[in-house]
Write a protein that binds this ligand. Structure first.
Ligand SMILES: [Zn+2]
Length: 402
């Protein structure tokens, strides 16, 4: 066959073992070459190395269902892109690929010693960075290692989500694969759940609550009269407003404790002073006080909502996307959203990619009202529906129908 860029080289023999149900594709004709038309191996290329010693090679057309157990394991069959068989084998490949995550050994990405995991949890419960002014290198390394462990668990957990969502949509497009794929996808769901626990153990629920309150705060309006910023001259009010905007945007999207998340406000001040030194130290000290007052306001909002009952929500888990401009994958979930998803999950319905969360009122209101939230959200009411959560999630179906 002449080279054609539209052709896909399909490694049928590697993907289609005889236990893969072929459904309606079992009847489609497959062009092959064989040295023995009755029961010899079937090849995609006449030039296959294992046919070299054969005296006669003939072209045959065999139904896929009958060919499956005779396919050469090293041959490629030329197929047009978009051929149903190409789509189908890619679906099978997605499910088979899952088994690399469900084996007995943990992924090398998150294969941490249990004592290191426990230390990371103990460290991050205090904050993301050592407290105090004394620089202690060993302590700094300990915090850096803890943050690294959390980053790895977060990344791996989201990667597993991608694998689950991809496999689910592959199976949904080829529903006769569902029974064959179920044990593999059930095993993946178990791995995702254990990875979620490992990640959630490295998060602070109080920090997630504080961040939820940020979007409730009114922007400060009396910035021109703040003391300590004379070094900025008449630029004090606009600079401080920018400091607020950046601080509020970053802390609202972060899983860090508010005390660990001051850098965006400091950066604005840093940029405004440039090389100038006059009044700078005084301004930094005043900014510390100002940010502390914003943190206190957020915490008073949290306190106001403390007694409110938790709420049950369904959210749709979004996959990561590939950013071709940056050349790497991009997660639409902010740290805060990922943290909330991991911390408050109470049930899952993976075939639809939906998860039930039982969240504090303040977090529920933010998830429902914040237009920047990347997860479609809907409120659940088990009393009104009369179903347990799991069934309610299934009834709800995929997010597109909400
Ligand atoms: Zn071959």
């Amino acid at each position: 066959m002449p080279l054609d860029p539209r052709n896909y080289r399909l490694d049928l023999g590697r993907v289609l073992s005889t236990d893969v149900p072929l459904g309606p594709l079992a009847g489609i004709p497959l062009s092959c070459f064989t040295a023995s038309s009755r029961n010899g191996k079937l090849h995609g290329k006449k030039t296959c190395g294992s046919l070299r010693s054969s005296r006669t090679v003939e072209a045959v057309t065999v139904k896929l269902g009958e060919a499956a157990e005779r396919l050469c394991g090293t041959c490629f069959w030329p197929m047009p892109f978009g051929d149903p068989l190409v789509t189908f084998t890619n679906a099978v490949r997605d499910v088979l690929g899952v088994t690399s995550y469900t084996g007995p050994d943990p992924s090398p990405d998150v294969d941490f010693d249990p004592s290191k995991e426990a230390d990371a949890a103990a460290v991050l419960a205090q904050g993301d960075y050592p407290r105090g002014d004394e620089h202690d290198e060993a302590e700094s390394d300990r915090y850096a290692r803890a943050r690294f462990i959390r980053e790895r668990h977060h990344g791996h957990w989201r990667h597993l989500h991608d694998s689950m969502l991809e496999s689910n949509s592959a199976v949904a497009a080829h529903p006769w694969l569902a029974t064959w794929a179920k044990p593999t996808l059930d095993a993946l769901a178990a791995v995702i759940e254990s990875e979620r626990h490992a990640f959630a153990a490295l998060l602070r629920p109080d920090a997630l609550l504080d961040s939820a309150a940020i979007t409730r705060l009114e922007p400060p309006h009396d910035l021109a009269s703040k003391e300590g910023f004379t070094g900025l001259g008449d630029q004090a009010a606009p600079v401080l407003r920018r400091a607020w905007d950046d601080w509020a945007a970053d802390t609202a999207r972060s899983w860090l404790a508010l005390e660990d998340d001051r850098s965006s406000a400091s950066l604005v001040l840093h940029g405004a002073f440039g090389q100038r030194r006059k009044g700078r130290d005084e301004a930094y000290a005043a900014l510390d006080e100002l940010v502390a007052s914003w943190c206190a306001q957020a915490r008073s909002v949290v306190d106001m909502h403390k007694a409110a009952p938790r709420r049950l929500l369904a959210v749709s888990v979004p996959p990561t996307t590939f950013d071709s401009y940056l050349g790497r994958s991009r997660d639409p979930l902010s740290q805060w959203e990922a943290g909330v998803l991991a911390m408050y999950q109470v049930a899952t319905n993976w075939p639809d990619g939906t998860v039930a969360l039982l969240v504090p009122q303040l977090i529920a209101e933010r998830l429902i009202s914040d237009t920047d939230i990347a997860m479609p959200v809907t409120a659940l009411d088990t009393r009104e529906a009369g179903f347990p959560i799991d069934r309610l999630l299934v009834q709800l179906g995929p997010a597109a129908s909400w």
